[in-house]
Design a protein around this ligand. Structure first.
Ligand code: COA
Length: 379
């Protein structure tokens, strides 16, 4: 299984899909049993094929498309995605829905280019940022410029007009190369992947002081008292997804197909939330526990140690071999995990980004954007 944030693993054989060479002038192609003849001039790659010459169009999502979208998902990625998952992700997202599709004249969805928006904040301002997800074109319709045209339409509708102040994705290198040809995003940096082998004894010990200070609650859903913790952390984060209780419950507790655990550190004396870790047990076929989210003020080192120790205990109880996490290398969270024995391992993912002209987020995204595994829909 590949370790990539953006697309489901096991992409199947689409990379081996043989596509005709349209690089030289006029040609014709029969697609599937539709006997569709596509006039293909060199300039078709620029997205200038006249609509009358082709059998597909690009438009925004319409109610009911989801049935055809899920069929396409299965065909392209070889994986079943439930309607329940789709509704959670695209209908119940508190930050909205962004879906561009390509359809045949008969109305079947043959291409999909979605964004998963989130509200993001700096210490003083809120924005919408959006994650590129589920980019797919039916194998029988690939290499006709559909992806590029969906991207143009998507960015026109959701990014260039500043609905979102930034777009980002977590592709692996081969996917990035196609993105680069189709719409030219910037590559920011490789996504760091930290690993802690749970079979090795911890190089740091859990002091009784850590545990006297706070208790750790292990819950499936968080309450509004966690907003206080978010407000405390927000002032330290130059740019981050707004991790309030509404977002966190939607992202983790409401997701129908995966059970996450919230570990909440609370003051023993006041019950005040001091820190939060969110864990997933297993990732596809890998016996690892991804630390998908983390909110601990940087001066609360004892709380961080108590939380991470509880994460290790829970993962070990479930016989998982390692904990894994992704934080940017410039973040105190990355340095903290390294200080307690986590080691960087090879990651295949990059972060790519695209902004409206003069977006205020270019610099913070490049220099101090706080993200975790949970900022990718792959986790
Ligand atoms: C990636 C994908 C969406 C591309 O769709 P598409 O409609 O065939 O792409 P387009 O025809 O618009 O091509 C856009 C550019 O990418 C290039 N490209 C497309 N597929 C490519 C491939 N497999 N390898 C190399 N380049 C490719 C095209 O040549 C074109 O560039 P050019 O004009 O400079 O030649 C499609 O192959 C797909 O669905 N793949 C499986 C799912 C997947 O991996 N999705 C991406 C991550 S979620």
């Amino acid at each position: 299984m590949q370790n990539t944030f953006t697309c489901p693993p096991n992409r199947g054989s689409e990379w081996k899909h043989e596509s005709p060479d349209f690089s030289r002038g006029e040609s014709q192609r029969t697609i599937g049993d539709r006997s569709l003849q596509v006039s293909k001039r060199a300039d078709a790659w620029e997205g200038t094929v006249a609509l009358s010459q082709r059998s597909w169009d690009v438009r925004d999502y319409r109610e009911g498309d989801e049935i055809s979208i899920l069929k396409l998902f299965r065909k392209v990625f070889g994986q079943h995605r439930s309607l329940e998952h789709w509704r959670w992700k695209f209908e119940q997202n508190p930050a909205g829905r962004q879906i561009t599709v390509a359809v045949t004249r008969e109305g079947a969805v043959i291409g999909h280019f979605a964004g998963l928006p989130v509200v993001a904040t700096t210490p003083v301002k809120s924005f919408v940022m959006t994650q590129g997800i589920d980019h797919m074109v039916d194998p029988e319709w690939q290499r006709l410029g559909i992806y590029r045209e969906m991207a143009q339409s998507y960015f026109r509708t959701y990014v260039w007009n500043r609905v979102a102040a930034a777009w980002y994705a977590f592709p692996d290198q081969p996917v990035y190369e196609i993105e680069a040809k189709a719409f030219g995003p910037s590559s920011l940096h490789p996504v760091p992947l930290l690993n802690c082998d749970l079979s090795e004894s911890e190089s740091w010990s859990r002091s009784s002081h850590d545990l006297q200070l706070c208790r750790i609650d292990n819950v499936e859903r968080i309450d509004k008292s966690l907003d206080e913790l978010w407000n405390l952390c927000r002032s330290e984060l130059a740019l981050a997804t707004k991790r309030d209780s509404r977002y966190l419950n939607w992202r983790y507790a409401d997701r129908p197909d995966i059970k996450y655990r919230f570990l909440v550190a609370r003051s023993r004396s006041s019950g005040r939330p001091l820190g939060l870790a969110v864990l997933r047990f297993g990732w596809f076929d890998q016996p690892v526990a991804p630390l998908v989210d983390w909110l601990v003020p940087s001066n609360e080192r004892d709380v961080a140690r108590a939380l991470i120790a509880s994460c290790h205990s829970l993962a070990s109880e479930r016989k998982l071999k390692a904990m894994q996490a992704s934080f940017p290398t410039y973040s105190p969270q990355y340095r903290f995990l390294v200080s307690v024995g986590y080691q960087p391992i090879a990651s295949r993912c990059l972060i790519t980004a695209h902004w409206p002209e003069d977006s205020e987020l270019v610099k913070p995204m490049k220099e101090n954007w706080y993200y975790t595994m949970g900022d990718s829909d792959m986790y």
